[in-house]
Write a protein that binds this ligand. Structure first.
Ligand SMILES: *Cc1c(COP(=O)(O)O)cnc(C)c1O
Length: 357
């Protein structure tokens, strides 16, 4: 039994709403809902169920893909980094998954593979991010090789943008390189992550790959998801498990990180870095107590953190605390902690109860 008050509440209607927003923006492009990293921390199968109106799913590992197939999902399922070991290929074929091919030796491997059925693949082009992908100059040769391979079915061309969320850089350079590399091949293409889907309609292509926006979170530093018409899909909620009257000059939590500048009422919240709350969130990180905006105090502990109750005089043991969610955008908590919402959502620890609402 776990009656610790910390709980991540997942709003499945919000997930469906955000998919509808993506759908409107995507026009005729199909939607590959990106649900890697345990559905960005929201739960893989729970998210797939809420997003079953998507045209396909994108995950990272064969285990994730197999879990989707075991649940009966027949959608196209893309493996965003392809296979990590050739031993995965027979299972990829059997489950009719679509791996990304990002190195030339992988294309060779496929061309020689003995598989029970043909597999559809995505060929990733490195247009400037220099992480995964073929150099643009090699794309045509590799596509020819794959077209001649007996076990390769459909081929989709793919690239990923490094700076779609940064207005000063944008996507123009990478987009032009991708167009040039794909010219004349007459294959379906996929380019856009959430930021490109929201900001660069010229990049929609045949499939878009929204991730973070489906969870109600903005990919842009200057805007929250709510400002984009999205609804936050996760509320990380807890409660006060103690209230301390701390005298002026006394510390709160580990080390000298916070010393009370005056007599203070301090609330102790059941949530710490072992739950995924960022330890680098310093004094002043926003938090809601009883629905009122206040701030954290001192260092985050493994299992607890402290909050200032000066502005919440009625707060008591058991008072509800929202670490992020509706009314407190996770983007704001992330910014205060010097990180991004992606990291906070995907860091939710296995010990945190997660429930759909
Ligand atoms: C994670 C990922 C996405 C989704 O990106 P968001 O910024 O979350 O929308 C899209 N494409 C690829 C290749 C990814 O790895």
């Amino acid at each position: 039994m776990n009656l610790r008050p910390l709980i991540a509440r997942i709003d499945t209607a919000a997930l469906a709403h955000n998919l509808a927003v993506a759908r409107r923006l995507a026009g005729r492009a199909r939607i590959l809902a990106v649900i890697k990293a345990n559905g960005y921390g929201h739960g893989l199968v729970r998210v797939a169920d809420a997003l079953r109106a998507a045209d396909g799913f994108a995950v990272l590992t064969l285990d994730e893909a197999a879990a989707l197939r075991a649940q009966g999902y027949t959608h196209p399922v893309v493996l965003l980094e392809g296979w990590f070991h050739p031993d995965e290929l027979p299972e990829i074929a059997r489950l009719r998954l679509r791996p990304v091919v990002h190195r030339e030796d992988q294309a060779e491997m496929l061309a020689r593979a003995r598989l029970d059925n043909r597999i559809d693949v995505l060929v990733k082009v490195d247009t400037g991010m220099h992480r995964l992908g073929l150099p643009p100059s090699r794309v045509k040769a590799v596509v020819e090789r794959l077209r001649a391979a007996p076990k390769v079915g459909g081929i989709t061309l793919m690239t990923h943008f490094a700076s779609a969320d940064e207005p000063t850089i944008g996507v123009a350079g990478q987009y032009a390189r991708f167009q040039a590399a794909c010219e004349g091949l007459n294959l379906p293409v996929t380019l856009a992550n959430s930021a490109a889907l929201l900001r660069y309609p010229e990049t929609l292509g045949d499939w878009v790959r929204p991730g973070i926006m489906l969870y109600g979170v903005s990919p842009f530093a200057a805007q929250t998801g709510e400002a984009l018409g999205l609804l936050p899909a996760m509320a990380l909620d807890s409660a006060l498990i103690a209230v301390q009257n701390v005298r002026k000059g006394e510390g709160v939590g580990y080390g000298p990180a916070f010393v009370a500048p005056r007599d203070l009422r301090v609330g102790v919240v059941a949530c710490g870095y072992a739950d995924g709350y960022p330890r680098h969130a310093g004094t002043g990180t926003p938090v809601l107590v009883d629905g009122r905006l206040t701030r954290t105090l001192g260092r985050v502990s493994m299992d607890m953190l402290a909050v200032d109750l000066s502005e919440v005089p009625g707060a008591h043991v058991g008072s509800p605390v929202r670490l992020w969610g509706p009314g407190l955008p996770v983007e704001q908590v992330a910014a205060a902690a010097g990180t991004i919402a992606y990291e906070l959502l995907t860091a939710i620890a296995p010990r945190v109860r997660v429930e759909a609402v």
